[in-house]
Design a protein around this ligand. Structure first.
Ligand code: ADP
Length: 150
């Protein structure tokens, strides 16, 4: 059984995140989406709302689970018996950070990170832009996975 975690803040969970998970399911048996609770990061959406949005997005996909965690990402991976971390890469800007974290995680625990390049039509989609649009009262339904409403 190949199990991966897909960690992130998901404030909110976007169609870009959704696409990475769907593509991950073509080679992982199960993906646990982990919402990292970073105390220093102020979020727009509550943890309950983020959990609900992700559950809604994957309500017909039993191979996707969702949980929140308050620990190091690799400790969360070990706690759910996952051997892989799945991440998405939008741009070279994301690369150095992802490489450093992936190296540290592998040295600490042997957990491998699998990074998928974003589909080009989603490369401009980010939680930050979604939050900016919301703050100006704009509709962000095009940023959200199918079946998900705010
Ligand atoms: P973090 O705070 O860990 O960066 P995010 O919620 O911003 O959490 O992102 C979680 C993961 O999803 C990261 O690997 C990020 O690169 C990836 N991601 C974010 N937006 C997109 C997108 N539009 N397409 C593909 N992957 C994305």
């Amino acid at each position: 059984m190949k199990r991966a975690i897909f960690p992130g803040t998901f404030d909110p969970f976007t169609i870009g995140h959704y696409s990475i998970v769907q593509r991950g399911l073509t080679f992982f048996d199960e993906i646990v989406i982990g919402i990292g609770l970073n105390q220093s990061k102020k979020t727009l959406f509550t943890i309950d709302k983020r959990l609900e949005m992700i559950q809604q997005a994957f309500k017909d996909e039993p191979r996707v689970k969702v949980a929140s965690y308050n620990s190091l990402t690799v400790d969360f991976a070990l706690s759910v018996q996952a051997d892989f971390v799945l991440r998405g890469l939008r741009s070279v800007g994301d690369f150095e950070y992802e490489r450093t974290v992936a190296d540290a995680n592998r040295k600490l625990t042997g957990i491998e990170t699998v990074i998928l390049l974003t589909e080009s039509e989603y490369s401009y989609i980010s939680s930050t832009v979604a939050r900016d649009l919301i703050s100006y009262g704009k509709d962000i339904s095009a940023f959200l996975p199918p079946n998900v409403k705010l």
